[in-house]
Write a new protein. Structure first.
Length: 646
């Protein structure tokens, strides 16, 4: 039984799956529920803009912050949104590297969730500044005062971490979206749609060489995503753990924040999956099994989070520190104790119902648990701030935070803005990665045909000179042989290569495992290029930190040394990730010959189906002709063989 069992409808074909995802986007009008949700999102967005406008006019005094609780809803909402945002790219990257088949149904909207939630999160620290219109002072740029950002400040770390994560997530999302843009280009019913999606697709042809380069870069970026996600939310945790306040001075905070981010992010993925499944009619793509698997992840997260709470309480007791013990007593008996009990119930107790297989199979039950855990995670972020700042060392500084109307309005407004962005995305771009569904279906068909061992054996055959024959031949118009399924295409590629034909390529709707080996495509060398780009960017930023903090603008803070290399490494790491990412993208575009909006193969008959449900072998050998290729492929049953007009 294949790993895709229960994830796709039995008997589904490539065209069926593509239509299930693309048709709601291209050929169906939205109904009243969509417009009602759109109106709610627009109303929330208007509320957010009004709240921000009034904040800029009056200042942060319109919030409930006071001399004790100097952070309130703003920073709590920042941590909550960045937690949700952190999970999306991590989910997509981790499931890709672990080769989990159920990733195909959730990775696209999980990545979009990252972009929207991360962008919203970045607004809150800026709004919390006394002069938000001076936020650009956080950036290192030449200025008349000859000032540099303070690299030891957690605020600068957050600025760099969020910017790096958003840029990286945008590139990762775009790279996964590129093949699907070509599918929409070829399937769009109108000229305007074909033109718009064609420009965005950059001339993607779905050639085997494109897929080979794409897969190498995509997996390399996924490897970079995991440490990046851990670093971003660890930096957020260090905002608190680097202080001296009881309840914040915890070494467990960085991993605790990372787990909490993944926990709330998976909960939001469940909610979005249910809405998309119902709103776009994707029951055949987002199945009951997807919710059952995500329920298991949520259950594991609840157990780890519960252990984290126990560790926090135990550490306070074991330390013998009166202030730490007083903080725990305040959690259970202070002003916010009822909210703390709700937090524990939502984050730890309620998810325990998912031990039941019946509950995991119930989409309604999994969604209800996810909604409650997101409430609990929001309360956790709020109470981390309120409980500590309301009960500090000095009794004279004890106080209680009371949120105002503008606190609630800004929170509700950002939720509405998130909804609006997601609704616009769902009407413009595919919410499911169609090419990933194709690979999932191919894996199932290959398993059913018991062809896995044969493919692996053939992949190991690399006769001498095959790599040279796989290079495109300039000047010779290619001959295209059209097939219905990828297994036959792989057999045809083997036959063509063994017959000595040169200039071999293929055009497919998804990356066909074993096809690159069958065509003897050379191994892409993107990783050395990315390593060099990342090291150069990291070295530049480290040198910038050292020069500004040690030579040009030395400033002693708390007796710390001027050359605080441990602090500089935070920004150095973020710069290294960005340098490697942009180097990899530049390498991919150059190696793939993109963008190229016009190519001779686009004029071939039915070549548009190469991005949907057809598989083409291309032979650009001057010595080849249709008759010879037909004789070579005898018995494989190609649908057609024809030469592309020069």
């Amino acid at each position: 039984m294949s790993g895709s069992e229960g994830l796709l409808p039995p008997g589904a074909g490539y065209g069926t799956l593509v239509g299930a995802v693309a048709d709601p986007l291209l050929r169906r009008r939205v109904g009243r529920p969509y417009w009602l949700a759109f109106a709610a999102g627009a109303l929330g967005t208007a509320l957010m803009l009004v709240s921000m406008g009034w904040l800029f006019v009056e200042g942060i005094g319109i919030w409930g912050v006071n001399t004790s609780v100097v952070w309130g809803f703003a920073i709590a909402n920042y941590v909550w949104w960045i937690g949700i945002g952190n999970a999306g790219t991590f989910i997509s990257a981790a499931l890709l590297l672990l080769r989990q088949p159920w990733r195909a149904a959730i990775n696209r909207f999980a990545e979009v969730m990252t972009l929207f939630a991360g962008a919203i999160a970045g607004l809150f620290p800026i709004m919390h500044l006394g002069r938000p219109y001076r936020a650009y002072w956080l950036l290192p740029y030449p200025n008349s005062m000859e000032l540099w950002p303070q690299w030891r400040s957690a605020l600068v770390w957050d600025c760099a971490a969020i910017a790096t994560y958003l840029l990286f997530s945008l590139v990762f999302w775009w790279l996964g979206l590129l093949p699907d843009l070509a599918t929409l280009r070829d399937r769009a019913p109108g000229r305007a749609g074909r033109l718009a999606y064609g420009v965005l697709a950059l001339g993607w042809r779905g050639s085997a060489r494109h897929w080979h380069l794409h897969d190498r870069l995509y997996r390399t970026l996924a490897m970079l995503a995991l440490p990046l996600v851990v670093s971003v939310h660890s930096v957020v945790g260090m905002d608190f753990a680097a202080s001296l306040m009881p309840g914040w001075e915890e070494s467990i905070f960085p991993p605790y924040f990372v787990v909490g981010a993944l926990f709330s992010g998976f909960g939001m993925c469940v909610v979005l999956a249910a809405l998309l499944r119902w709103g776009l009619g994707l029951q055949a793509v987002i199945t009951q099994r997807h919710f059952a698997v995500m329920a298991k992840v949520i259950l594991a997260g609840a157990l780890v989070l519960g252990l984290s709470y126990l560790t926090e309480w135990f550490t306070a007791w074991y330390s013998g520190d009166a202030d730490e013990r007083g903080h725990v007593r305040f959690l259970f008996g202070g002003e916010y104790a009822p909210l703390y009990y709700v937090l524990l119930a939502c984050n730890v107790l309620v998810p325990q119902v998912l031990w039941s297989a019946r509950a995991r199979r119930s989409i309604g039950a999994v969604v209800a648990v996810s909604l409650l855990l997101n409430l609990g995670m929001w309360l956790e972020r709020v109470l981390i701030i309120w409980n500590v700042l309301s009960h500090g060392y000095l009794p004279s500084m004890h106080g209680v935070f009371r949120p105002t109307f503008w606190d609630w309005a800004l929170l509700a407004g950002t939720i509405g803005f998130f909804l609006l962005l997601f609704l616009v995305f769902a009407r413009l771009l595919p919410v499911i990665a169609m090419h990933d569904l194709g690979k999932l279906l191919f894996d199932r068909q290959r398993a059913e045909a018991h062809a896995g061992e044969e493919d692996e054996a053939r992949a190991g055959e690399r006769p001498g000179g095959a790599g040279r024959g796989a290079r495109p031949m300039g000047g010779a118009p290619p001959i295209l042989a059209e097939f219905r399924d990828p297994l036959t295409l792989i057999d045809a590629a083997h036959r063509a290569r063994e017959a000595g034909l040169r200039g071999l390529d293929a055009h497919t709707p998804f990356a066909v495992a074993g096809l690159a080996e069958a065509l003897a495509l050379p191994t892409p060398r993107v990783r050395p290029a990315m390593l060099a780009g990342g090291l150069l960017a990291a070295a530049f930023v480290y040198a910038l930190c050292w020069y500004s903090a040690v030579l040009d603008y030395p400033l002693v803070l708390g007796g710390r040394p001027l050359h605080g290399w441990q602090v500089f490494l935070v920004l150095t790491f973020e710069a290294g990730i960005l340098g490697a990412t942009f180097t990899g993208v530049a390498w991919f575009l150059v190696a793939a010959g993109l963008p190229r909006l016009n190519h001779p193969v686009f004029d071939a008959r039915d070549i548009g189906r190469a991005s949907q449900d057809r598989f083409f072998l291309a032979v650009a050998d001057p010595a080849a002709d249709e008759a010879r290729l037909a004789a070579l492929l005898d018995g494989l049953g190609p649908l057609s063989i024809r030469r592309v007009a020069p």
